[in-house]
Design a protein around this ligand. Sequence first.
Ligand code: P53
Length: 475
Amino acid sequence: MLRKDFLWGGAVAAHQLEGGWQEGGKGVSVADVMTVGAHGVPRRITDGVIEGENYPNHEAIQFYHHYKEDVKLFAELGLKCFRTSIAWTRIFPKGDETEPNEAGLQFYDDLFDECLKHGIEPVITLSHFEMPYHLVTEYGGFRNRKVVDFFARFAEVCFTRYKDKVKYWMTFNEINNQANYVEDFAPFTNSGLKYVEGEDREQIMYQAAHYELVASAKAVAIGHAINPDFQIGCMIAMVPIYPYSCAPKDMMAATVAMQRRYWFTDVHCNGEYPSYIDAYFERKGYQLDRTEEDFDVLKKGTVDYIGFSYYMSFAIKDNGKAPAFDYDEAHDLVRNPNVDASDWGWQIDPMGLRYAMNWFNDRYERPLFIVENGFGAIDEIDPETNRVEDDYRIDYLKAHIEAMKEAVEYDGIDLMGYTPWGFIDLVSAGTGEMKKRYGFIYVDKDNKGKGTLARSKKKSFDWYQQVIATNGEEL
Ligand code: P53
């Protein structure tokens, strides 16, 4: 059985739904300089905001102005919690100011009050792919140690201001996406990294990730000092990497790939670097700036729970790089013939969720929180019923909830909650599209930015309402 106080919810991120990119004194974030893309067409990162380009996050679904009516719908859906992020640039428009922006703080006060009024608990990510762009241009993003303290200040301001309104926090969203340092997307969205030709991308990523992990640990310690009841988690993009076969070299390639993708969790949970990463740095000759003081901060700032997203699994074959098996996420993955894939090529694997939960539990035995899961699809309004009949989405979620319940019931895993991603349609992070939809609530807007922004319920709305009402017993 799921916990009685199981946190059924829904998840979004500020930059993907708020819009109002220049309102209330908000500064430009990294999300504001990314154009629209498509499956196989990467979003472009422009040098600042350029006239005439299409930046979907600038308006998004205008949650900044619609939040009251939206939260009312969330309450009707029955949400116990609402996961969103605080746009760093609403609080510190440039990131390096000493004083926060009051209008930004007030917006989240109002939003959280609205949620609490309806009995919905806010679950807050501090940094979800939206760091101030000024920190990129002036400091090189997280390649610069100074950004650690800018983040810690931002965290402290939020913790202090919302200490009686928010109990559940996460520091950096999907911090481990940047394990794919070969492509531009993850290093930029995670860490504000823009590479120049000829740089050692990997080494720079590891340095930035180290600073982020220190920043995260600092935030955890600051938060616990402000309110000992805070539950502060990490947030990991969990995409388990299976060996393509039981050939020993496939198995070893998968083991190394998992290490390169998930060492971040070891640092967050254990407060120290795992030996396999230290051995790797030594072999590569990486001289990173990691001080004794940093190691002390890491030890004192371990997380209370593991928040993670789960959408799909990956698979890998022997990559021909024995004995090191060094992993290159942009090139080494192969299609798993045992599972189907979405229109965006994401492999659908509900059992992988149970596997992933076991993997975390075997290593850390810390409470888990599934803070993202969902099915991105093209939705069409059915002319007969005048709504989206999204049975494919219900099927996907149902199968994943079943797997998650098995992990709790058969495997004894302590699970705090489940917040499906993009439960109200929003801008895709990976492609910037509106047409890649995840919602139970349809938003009338297309890829070109046209539409009335009207909200309406899909078939899945009624379904999820019943799932929550029965604590997951009726799927
Ligand atoms: P979109 C890659 C792999 C797994 C999760 O993604 C990912 C990504 C990055 O695209 O991101 C998370 O919108 C992320 C959300 C994002 C969601 O998954 O590309 O935390 O911001 O929207 C879904 O379909």
